[in-house]
Structure formats: structure tokens, C-alpha cells
Design a protein around this ligand. Structure first.
Ligand code: 5AD
Ligand code: FES
Length: 364
């Protein structure tokens, strides 16, 4: 596959020189947009790359030692009322074979996950109106009743503040909602009319104010993304101060408007992982499946760039391929136990230790 290396020869536009921007980030000063632009403009400069990676690794060790946390991912519905242009399970995709897991099936995934040692479950799904607040709250309550020692993360997209409140009250601890891009025009390019960056931001701030540990994040190399979009993303993360950041390369899906676009760059994703680790040193930062899909050693490289979380799949094997956000998704053929075993090996090969436990974010 051709990778989209995103021409970033923008140094001439930046007021801050690249080296200075890296040092400013490392000395933990508040970064301005120009600083981020300069930093991103220096992507490809080996010296800066090395400096950022070393600092990212130093910080992840200071905050988390050699630990890598495993989260059990349960993709419980691929129905979605949204139509994000990049996503394989967008509602308009008639070719997607849809499925929903019942409460019983979800609980079976948790049981197997618990047996394997997971102490965080992530319930992720499309925006599926079938799962009303009542249904979702009942699922959350039952998981927390059976596994009170586990953290429960939800990733259900945009809902009302009241809905988030009910789910929080039912026991949900964390919520992942990638902002996707913090640039208005870019947001409109990636999403249909009716979705807005403003609402996405509002959701994230609502979640925060309700006491969730919040995860935001973006795809790297999504169509139309420029250096300025990424600088806006970093600025947004600096303002939001999320406990988690999901960051992976864009990968085209054959049934979307972006089928023929080039995938994002693995190297740029790694560069950004290091920057985010330095920007938010205590953050929980997954080495994503998308990274492992584009590069067979992507997740190991992610860990070495500053990531400290992996999210093996606990979804039933029969549904695994159906949760196809992008083409050739990794880990769709393995049972949960196999996937965990494989990841454990990968984590150890990269010099880290896979740990169970809730793994809450350290104070930022
Ligand atoms: N490539 C990479 N990541 C994608 N996502 C959705 N579609 C794609 C794609 N084609 C990501 C989005 C979403 C998360 C669940 O998956 O960032 O928030
Ligand atoms: Fe899932 Fe390797 S991590 S099979």
C-alpha cells in the first residue's frame, strides 16, 4: 500500500523553529498552535524524532514503569445511524452484515475476559438506537454487579448529557469518544451534514463534567488532513486534558467514499504517539489495532514510541470480521485467549510486561 506521508514542508510558515518547539514541549510549557505546526513540520528530521521518542519513553517509564495494560474490547453492535465517510460500518453501507449482541452474549464475553485476567472491559459499538438508555444502563449495572473490581469503559458515540449521566450513575467509569479532527472544515469533509465538531466537543466536555475518565483522539492521515489540522488536534488535546487518547492511522474501507484514498503513515502515527505522551505524560495511550494492521510490528513500535495500552478483542469470533471499520483489520481470526497470548508475547518482545488490573490513568 502507498502511504500518505503528508507533505509537511511547512517550516517556512512557522514562527517557532522545530528544535525549539521540541524543547518547548519537553520542558512542558504551554504550546501555541505555531509551536505544534513547527513540531509537525519537523516530521522526518531524525534528530527531533529520536529526541521526542526518548523523552516519551522516559516519561512512560516514570509514570508506568514497564507496564502495559490490557483492555478487553467487546464490539457489541455494528448497527450505526451515523454515516461518517471513512467508516466501514456507516449506516448507508448496505453491504455490511449487521449484528447485535444480547445482554447474555455480552456477559459471556466478560466472563471469558475475566477468566483470562482482564480487569477493564470496553463496550464499543456503532450509534445503535436499539440500545436505549434503559437497555444500556441495565447492561452496565449487571457487568458492575458481577465484576465490581473491574473498570468499565463505554464507546457508544454521541449521546445526550442525560444519557451519559444515567450510564455514569449505572456504574460506567470511562468513555472513549474520538474527536476525529479538531479542524472545522476537515470535520465537515469527514462527516455528513448533521454532524458537527461543536456537538462532538460538547459531548466530551459533558462526559468530563460527569466524572468519566475521558478518551479523545484522531485518525492520522485521514483524507484532507493537513499539518494544521493535526496542530489543531494537539491544541485541543492540550485544552481537554483527557485521561486517554486513541490515535491510529486512517485505513481505507472498500465500501466508503474514501475507498481509493491512501492510508495514513505509520511513522507519522508513531511521531504523534511520542508527542502525545510528552504533552500528557500520565495518559493512557493504546497501540491501536489499526497500527498493527498497517504494519505487522506496528503495535510493538507503538509501545516503543510511548503507548502503554493494548486492546485485544473479546467479541465472539463469529462476529469479529463484521465489525469492519477498515479493510484487512488485524486479529479477526483469533479466539480471545489466542489474541491475548499473542499480544502478551508481542508486549514482552518489545521489552514490556502485560498486566491485568484496572490501570487507571496517573495524575497528569
Ligand atoms: N480507518 C481507521 N480508523 C477508523 N475508525 C473508523 N473508521 C476508520 C478507518 N477507516 C476509527 C475512528 C473511530 C474509531 C472507533 O475507529 O477514529 O472513532
Ligand atoms: Fe490479536 Fe495478535 S494481538 S492475534
Amino acid at each position: 500500500m502507498n502511504t500518505n506521508n503528508q507533505k509537511m514542508s511547512s517550516r517556512r510558515f512557522a514562527k517557532t523553529s522545530a528544535g525549539n518547539a521540541a524543547e518547548k514541549l519537553i520542558s512542558r510549557q504551554v504550546m501555541e498552535k505555531d509551536d505544534f505546526v513547527a513540531l509537525l513540520g519537523d516530521f522526518g528530521n531524525q534528530e527531533t524524532g529520536k529526541r521526542l521518542k526518548e523523552e516519551a519513553l522516559r516519561l512512560r517509564t516514570q509514570y508506568y514503569g514497564r507496564q502495559v495494560f490490557a483492555r478487553g474490547l467487546i464490539e457489541f453492535t455494528n448497527y450505526c445511524k451515523n454515516n461518517c465517510h471513512y467508516c466501514g460500518i456507516r449506516g448507508a453501507n448496505r453491504n455490511a452484515a449487521r449484528y447485535r449482541l444480547s445482554q447474555k452474549e455480552i456477559l459471556e464475553c466478560c466472563r471469558e475476559g475475566y477468566r483470562l485476567g482482564f480487569r477493564t472491559f470496553v463496550l464499543q459499538g456503532g450509534e445503535d438506537p436499539f440500545y436505549t438508555d434503559e437497555k444500556m444502563a441495565a447492561i452496565v449495572r449487571e457487568i458492575k454487579r458481577r465484576y465490581p473490581d473491574c473498570a468499565l469503559t463505554l464507546s457508544l458515540g454521541e449521546r445526550t448529557r442525560e444519557s451519559y449521566r444515567l450510564l455514569r450513575e449505572a456504574g460506567a467509569d470511562r468513555y472513549l469518544l474520538r474527536h476525529e479532527t479538531a479542524d472545522e472544515a476537515h470535520y465537515r469533509l469527514l462527516h455528513p451534514a448533521g454532524m458537527s465538531l461543536e456537538n462532538r466537543r460538547r459531548c466530551l466536555y459533558n462526559l468530563k463534567s460527569l466524572g468519566y475518565q475521558v478518551g479523545a483522539g484522531m485518525m492520522v492521515g485521514s483524507p484532507g488532513q493537513t499539518l494544521w489540522c493535526l496542530a489543531e488536534d494537539l491544541l485541543f488535546l492540550q485544552r481537554l486534558q483527557p485521561q486517554m487518547v486513541g490515535l491510529g492511522p486512517f485505513i481505507p474501507h472498500h465500501d466508503t467514499c474514501f475507498a481509493t484514498e491512501a492510508p495514513g503513515s505509520v511513522e507519522l502515527t508513531l511521531y504523534l504517539l511520542s508527542i502525545v505522551r510528552i504533552l500528557l505524560p500520565g495518559v493512557l495511550l493504546p497501540a491501536t489495532t489499526a497500527l498493527g494492521t498497517l504494519d505487522p510490528c506496528g503495535r510493538e513500535k507503538g509501545l516503543l514510541a510511548g503507548a502503554n495500552v493494548v486492546m485485544p478483542n473479546l467479541s465472539p469470533l463469529k462476529n469479529r470480521k463484521q465489525y469492519e471499520l477498515y479493510d484487512d483489520k488485524a486479529c479477526t481470526g483469533e479466539e480471545a485467549a489466542e489474541c491475548l497470548g499473542c499480544l502478551k508475547q508481542r508486549v514482552e518482545d518489545a521489552g514490556f510486561t502485560l498486566v491485568s488490573g484496572r490501570g487507571d490513568a496517573r495524575q497528569l
